[in-house]
Design a protein around this ligand. Structure first.
Ligand SMILES: Cc1ncc(COP(=O)(O)O)c(C=O)c1O
Length: 367
């Protein structure tokens, strides 16, 4: 029996749009208070997958609670996957997205790993377009702010046997955001976790499964209590550097720039990939390779470590000011020439003040 996906092809359901009455619109929060992920817009997008109908019931409607059976797969076996993207408002008022196809591909890589139905790229992009258009007034215009887009896929079938869910919900919610860290653009303090690990090669680390974040909470909480903003994860050997909680990481040494190679347990970040493009375009000596915390420590002691920074959609380019590894404290962050240059270039491309020489930007209308 062919899989229903094959039977149904990749048909995209038409999207019904049911907007809130203007009198019910929420008040927009002041941009200074945005922070990250605290406010949600007026509408959401959703579509359902069933084996009989394929993708159907695609709609934009007022943001509301959803109703699921308590036996739904997502609550028991963690079939939950998400993405993180941003919509930017340029000075002329137009709205732009950064490399949305990258996120669509990564989302579907994750769906495949979790044995979930893929979301056709057209449905992924059109779903985002329809809800961002409905909530266009939520895209902030202030510098450093954006509308964060959270596409999500969950298994919804009510069944307690351990097997892939036959029913799924794909949805998109929106949250206006400012700075990810409470430090704003100041350098962040990072705790190097030497006990717990987040992911291992062959596991789920290379996809944006909700389970990875559940695995990270305990160490992140511990780090926070010690005054650290995030955790730098090490490999199963407690030496190989992986990534920071929600960012990939780059180390700038005097003679080379290093980011951990994608070994199957690190998320292949869109900003990481874009930074690699930029650095190679600038003819900088950048390497994707295994790098250990001992190497970073030794080279820091020798004065070879110039700067370190994290890359991610939510956190953009974040300077690392301090690394605490066991009893060793590495203070960095005074120099930030390269990370600043990267941040300025990416921001310029996103806001349209610099040429989009890599063809990364998509206007909302073009989706
Ligand atoms: C674990 C993890 N690593 C890296 C990243 C950076 O990925 P991207 O640059 O695609 O936002 C994120 C954020 O999405 C993340 O959650």
């Amino acid at each position: 029996m062919p899989h229903p996906q094959k039977l149904l092809g990749m048909e995209i359901p038409s999207i019904k749009v049911q907007l809130k009455d203007q009198s019910q619109w929420k008040t927009l929060p002041p941009y200074q208070q945005l922070g990250f992920g605290k406010y949600f817009s007026d509408h959401w997008f959703s579509a359902q997958f069933t084996e009989t109908k394929g993708w159907a019931s695609a709609k934009v409607e007022p943001y509301q609670n959803m109703s699921l059976d308590p036996a739904a797969a997502v609550f028991h076996y963690g079939q939950a996957l998400f993405e993180g993207m941003k919509a930017f408002r340029r000075a002329d008022g137009s709205i732009w997205l950064f490399r949305p196809e990258f996120n669509s591909h990564r989302f579907n890589d994750g769906a495949s790993r979790l044995c979930m139905q893929s979301v056709p790229e057209e449905l992924f992009l059109k779903g985002i377009k329809s809800v961002v258009e409905a909530d266009a007034r939520w895209v902030p215009k202030e510098s450093g702010c954006a509308l964060y887009i959270r596409p999500t896929l969950v298994g919804t079938e009510a069944f307690l046997g351990v097997r892939p869910s036959h029913e799924q919900l794909f949805f998109v919610i929106l949250s206006p955001v400012g700075s990810y860290y409470s430090e704003g653009s100041a350098p962040v303090k990072i705790w190097v976790e030497h006990n717990a690990i987040r992911a291992a090669t062959g596991g789920l680390g290379a996809i944006k499964a909700g389970a990875n974040y559940a695995a990270s909470l305990q160490a992140a909480l511990h780090a926070k209590k010690q005054g650290y903003a995030q955790v730098l994860w090490l490999n199963v050997d407690h030496q190989g550097i992986e990534e920071v909680g929600t960012m990939n990481v780059f180390f700038v040494f005097k003679n080379e720039i290093v980011t951990p190679a994608l070994n199957g347990s690190i998320l292949p970040g869109g900003v990481r990939d874009s930074v690699l493009h930029l650095l190679r375009h600038w003819n900088k000596p950048v390497m994707e390779r295994r790098i250990t915390i001992s190497e970073v420590h030794e080279r820091h002691l020798k004065g070879e470590l110039v700067e370190a920074f994290g890359t991610g959609t939510a956190a953009t380019i974040s300077r690392i000011g301090e690394l605490q590894w066991k009893t060793e404290r590495m203070i960095l962050g005074e120099q930030h020439q390269l990370s600043q240059e990267i941040l300025d270039t990416l921001t310029g491309i996103q806001m349209g003040t610099l040429p989009d020489q890599f063809g990364w930007m998509r206007s909302l209308q073009s989706l």
